[in-house]
Design a protein around this ligand. Structure first.
Ligand SMILES: NC(=O)c1ccc[n+]([C@@H]2O[C@H](COP(=O)([O-])OP(=O)(O)OC[C@H]3O[C@@H](n4cnc5c(N)ncnc54)[C@H](OP(=O)(O)O)[C@@H]3O)[C@@H](O)[C@H]2O)c1
Length: 316
């Protein structure tokens, strides 16, 4: 019998972004275990539950929650407190991913990315922690990514948001341990799912993807299909990652970081074992079609002389 079932009362598990992908897989895994599930989704996505035959019941609440909306966050927490007493397990799963190079993201696009993937999960953590501390038990699972341990070109703001989530979660892990509250970063690598179709483009990156004359066109033309292909070929599925999440929240002492797919283990090991310079050069060399990435023939040759120290611009 899972450990979590042995709590004095049915633990209340709140999942964000539960209407598709990994969030939905977690909901399906938790449903019918001895827990109360509070599955949340944006208002526009709630009808998907009914379409899939998932209906609210005594152990399942389906609530609207756009994680970036502070009023909705407070409303959901108030409803859960009134009905169940509080959230014992928070699974911050909702996420978006922008594909864009650093130069082609506006302030507003950057903020949206950071809001969904970093600011909102931490805001939800702040709301559930008083209850967890009071009962001296709680679990917070933040769904991070391989993108939270390594950055890829054209995914800069996504990586920034997951790196931020990793940093804050690591600090939180130390802060709340005295109350027996455990924080875990689940790090999926590539998952075989349709979710790459949900990747967002910035206004500029959309134009650059279509416009062969854009200096960054080759970056997108090569990285997009490359990532889509790896996701199609990936062995991990939303369900295999959901199983890791459920197993993690059931552990007596869940670890801070859980690589959730084989490639996540591999990248974590590479990052740890290879000297930084070598690691970055090896990955750079492995980028698809990297020799074709700018500059284009039409671009002027830079008039700047090379620096005296030839190693100065190497990644460290
Ligand atoms: N798929 C992968 O290969 C992969 C790899 C590493 C990490 N991850 C992470 O895994 C998590 C789940 O992703 P997924 O693969 O399941 O992708 P997905 O199928 O696109 O699901 C993302 C979910 O987040 C929800 N969401 C987006 N913005 C929201 C908001 N403002 N408020 C509430 N919900 C919102 C979406 O709801 P709507 O449908 O209403 O937009 C959707 O249910 C994300 O944190 C992602 O970064 C995924």
């Amino acid at each position: 019998m899972p450990r979590i079932d042995r709590r004095p009362r049915r633990p209340v598990v709140l999942v964000t972004g539960a209407s598709s992908g990994l969030g939905l897989a977690v909901l399906r895994r938790l449903y019918n275990q001895s827990v109360h599930v509070v599955a949340t989704a944006r208002v526009a996505s709630l009808p998907r539950f009914a379409a899939m035959g998932i209906r609210p019941g005594p152990t399942l609440a389906l609530l609207p929650l756009d994680v970036t909306d502070a009023d909705q966050r407070r409303d959901v927490l108030a409803q859960v407190e009134q009905r169940f007493g509080g959230v014992d397990v928070l699974i911050n799963n909702a996420g978006v991913a922008y594909r864009s190079v650093v130069e082609q993201v506006t302030e507003a696009e950057r903020l949206t990315q950071m809001d969904v993937n970093f600011l909102a999960p931490m805001a939800l953590a702040r709301l559930v922690l008083p209850h967890m501390r009071a009962q001296r038990w709680g679990r917070i699972i933040n769904v991070s990514s391989v993108g939270g341990m390594m950055a890829m070109p054209t995914m800069a703001v996504y990586s920034a948001s997951k790196f931020a989530l990793e940093g804050a979660s690591e600090a939180l892990w130390y802060e709340v341990r005295p109350w027996n509250v455990h924080v875990t970063l689940v790090q999926p690598g590539f998952i075989s799912s349709e979710s790459f179709k949900n990747t967002r483009f910035t206004a500029a990156s959309r134009c650059a993807t279509a416009d062969r004359r854009d200096p960054y066109h080759e970056h997108y033309a090569n990285m997009g299909p490359f990532i889509a292909k790896i996701m199609r070929l990936a062995r991990a599925t939303p369900d295999t990652v959901a199983r890791r999440i459920v197993r993690t929240l059931d552990a007596r002492r869940p670890p801070l970081r859980v690589p959730a797919t084989l490639d996540a283990y591999l990248f974590a090991a590479l990052r740890r074992l290879l000297p930084r310079g070598l690691y970055h050069r090896a990955l750079y060399g492995a980028l698809p079609g990297v020799r074709r990435w700018g500059p284009h023939e039409t671009e002027a040759t830079p008039a700047v002389a090379p620096l005296a120290n030839p190693t100065a611009d190497r990644p460290r």
